[in-house]
Structures are given as C-alpha cells and as structure tokens.
Ligand binder design. Structure first.
Ligand code: NAD
Ligand code: DAU
Length: 344
C-alpha cells in the first residue's frame, strides 16, 4: 500500500490524516478526493499542498460519481482507498436526512464497486461508535449489535454493512474502524467542542442540550489517525476495530473545562432544548486495536487543552466560516429559538 485515495480528505479528520500520513510515510502519495461541501475546506490542506507538493494531489469530486472515481483511481495508480467522505453532523441529519443516505450509503457502495472492479489492495471505511447506539452500561466491543437512532448513525451503519457484505460476497479486502468523538484542529464549528470554544472566545452562550449529562469519549484527532494507520498496516481484512480512549466525559463537565481553560465565566453555559433522540452515552471497548500495538496518547484534559489553544491561535481559520452566510443560516435554524426560550 502506498498510493492512497483519501476521500473526504478536505474535512476535519481527513485533512489531519492526510498530513499525518505524508509526514510519517515518505514513500506514500496521497490524492484527496472531496466534493467540498460546506464542511470541506481547502484551507485545511493549505500547508499540505505547500509542504508535500510532489506527493499530494487534490481532485474535486463526489464519491457518488462512479465515472470520476474510477478515472481518478486509474490516473493516480491508487492501491488503497481510505473513506472519510460523509455527511457527519447528527443535528443536520435530523433536518435533512437525504444527503446522509446518499453519501454515507450510496457513496460507500460506489467506492466498493470501484475497489472490486479494479482489484485494489485495500478499502478502509472510517466509521463511528454511533452505530452501536447509546450504551447505557458497560462498553460496546466490535461484536455488539447495531442500535442506531439517528439518520446519521443509521446511514453510517448502512455503509458498514455494505463493506462487510462486499468482503463476504466478493472477497473485497475491507477494514472498518469505529471511532469515538474526535477533537483537534480544523473541526467545523458546528460540532460541540469547536462551537463552544469559539463561542466562549466571543463571550457568546454555550448552548448545552438537555441536562448536559450525556457522555462522550473525546479523543485527540491524531490519536485516531495513528489508529487508522495501524489498521491499514496490521489490520485483517473483514475486521472491525474500535478507536477511542475508553474514558467518557459528561457534556457539562466538558463545557466547564473549556471555560476554565479560557478564563471565562461559567455563566456562559446555557441549558437549551434537547436534541431529539439524543444518545445519552457512547462507550467502546478498544482492546482489539490495543492488541495490534496501538494506544491513545492524549488524555481528555491534554486533548482539550491543545484543541482550545489551536482555536485561540487560529482565528484566521474559523472566523471566515462563522461569519459566512451558510453558517449563519444554520446557526439561526438550530439555535435561535433554543437560545431565546432557553432553560431546557
Ligand atoms: P467532516 O464533516 O469534517 O468532513 C467530511 C468531508 O467529506 C468534507 O470534506 C466533505 O466535503 C466531504 N464530503 C461530503 N460528502 C461528500 C461526497 N458525496 N463526496 C465527496 N466528498 C464528500 O467530517 P469528519 O468529522 O472529518 O468525519 C470524517 C469521517 O469520520 C466521517 O465518515 C465520519 O462519519 C467519521 N467519524 C467522525 C468522527 C468525529 O468525531 N468527527 C468520529 C468517528 C468517525
Ligand atoms: O461519536 C462519534 C461521532 O461524534 C461522529 O460519528 C460524528 O460525526 C460527530 O459529529 C460526533 O457526534 P456527536 O453527536 O456525539 O457530536 P456533537 O459534537 O454534535 O455533540 C457532542 C455532544 O454534545 C452530544 O451529546 C450533543 C451535545 N451538544 C452538541 C451541540 C452541537 C450540545 O450539548 N450542544 C450543542 O450545541
């Protein structure tokens, strides 16, 4: 494996992964293939385009476009696809599920067909711990049943099942990872941590859904990327690997920590109407990936500190996004009523 097609590589995790792989593996080339939806941003890859000019290329395209996918794979002699491309925000999946089903299910199918036809060495699907649904007690390992509850998680589960079916039926060499919540540089500020950090910097309220006692396993994005590299090198085709820290934090505690790091008043936390179908807890067992020699390097406190510092130091990146029309419209639709009425 050395010529990678990173689909969705202009998004948050895909851009971090692209930079990580080009730094770690001097013999690798990476083609980022991305539709550039509202979440895709070439600013995320600005330094990559400069630092790795000979080993990096960008193609703007939709993973549902079978012709362009095939042509790109052939033109760049790709041997491995790592698929990050997806519609990813749970709240948006409640507003407009169609794009989730199209990209996360149909798009995955188009990529799998191309891998099958061209006989590529590996297809890796970047999936999520959300496919297990809420885990109220204990932890979900890779054999746990799928109990999805949002259009986002259901679409991702659909993609996972297609991958497994292509392995079983056609011997396509697929691997799947199911990661917990990532945090770090270049995360679109609709996701809770960049939203809360950037709002707090501007003394705006932090809209905390419901009672704030929902729990998430927040991991540093580069730890996740390292896990993906381990699975690419040592993972077995047909297998699923969970990636996360196996430590969960309550949303209210996460919000308090952000305000503490920034030296802002706790009164900025504003309880608001809950997300419909809000999963109370995700919790995964990560021993299977641990057995391949991987471990998470950052605690939640370390990951959060680094992340907050990055947003403080990189206003050039997020201010244009937040002041843009697309973001403003979304923010109004998602929060105007909640923040007006307030108190969950
Ligand atoms: P993101 O929303 O930041 O980026 C998604 C990228 O995919 C964008 O660049 C977008 O332009 C591109 N894209 C969307 N539809 C496309 C299409 N039809 N064709 C081509 N490109 C398209 O997402 P992210 O947070 O970086 O997540 C990346 C992947 O990791 C997703 O598959 C997501 O389900 C998974 N994941 C995310 C997390 C997390 O905490 N963010 C955790 C576990 C798994
Ligand atoms: O678990 C992995 C998943 O993590 C990924 O697959 C998804 O792509 C990613 O979006 C993320 O999903 P979540 O729904 O967990 O992330 P989000 O950042 O939207 O919310 C995290 C928690 O914070 C969740 O319990 C809801 C809460 N929240 C979120 C927002 C946006 C709030 O309290 N207020 C908010 O304004």
């Amino acid at each position: 494996m050395k010529n990678l097609l990173v689909t969705g590589g202009a998004g948050f995790i895909g851009s971090n992964f692209t930079r990580f792989m080009l730094r770690m593996y001097p013999e690798y080339t990476v083609v980022v293939y991305d539709k550039l939806t509202y979440a895709g941003n070439l600013d995320n890859l600005k330094d990559v385009a400069e630092d790795f000019a000979g080993r990096y290329a960008f193609v703007q395209g939709d993973i549902c476009d079978a012709g362009l996918v095939r042509a790109t794979l052939l033109e760049h002699n790709v041997d491995t696809i790592v698929n990050f491309a997806a519609a990813t925000h749970v709240d948006r999946s409640l507003m407009e599920p169609d794009e989730f089903i199209r990209t996360d299910v149909l798009g995955t199918y188009v990529l799998l067909e191309a891998v099958r036809e061209l006989g590529l060495e590996r297809y890796h699907q970047v999936s999520t711990d959300e496919v297990y649904g809420q885990v109220l007690e204990g932890r979900a390992d890779e054999t746990a049943p799928l109990h999805t509850r949002s259009p986002y998680s259901a679409s991702k589960a659909g993609g996972d099942l297609l991958c497994l079916s292509y392995h079983a039926s056609f011997d396509v060499p697929v691997t799947i990872t199911r990661g917990s919540n990532n945090i770090g540089p270049y995360q679109y500020p609709e996701k809770v941590i960049p939203l809360f950090v950037t709002n707090a910097i501007d003394d705006l309220p932090l809209p905390l859904y419901g009672d704030g006692r929902q729990m998430r396993d927040y991991q540093y994005v580069l730890d996740h990327c390292e896990g993906l590299a381990v699975v690419l090198q040592r993972g077995r085709p047909g297998e699923i690997y969970n990636v996360g820290t196996a430590v969960e934090t309550r949303n209210v505690d996460m919000a308090r920590s952000i305000l503490e790091i920034l030296g802002k008043p706790q009164s900025l936390i504003q309880p608001v109407k809950d997300r419909p179908g809000h999963d109370r807890r995700y919790a995964i067992d990560v021993d299977k990936l641990g057995a391949l020699g991987w471990e998470s390097r950052h605690t939640f406190a370390e990951a959060l500190e680094k992340t907050v510092r990055w947003y403080v130091e990189n206003e050039w990146w997020w201010r244009p996004i937040k002041s843009g029309e697309h973001y403003q419209d979304y923010y109004k639709a998602q929060y105007a009523e909640r923040l007006e009425g307030s108190s969950a």
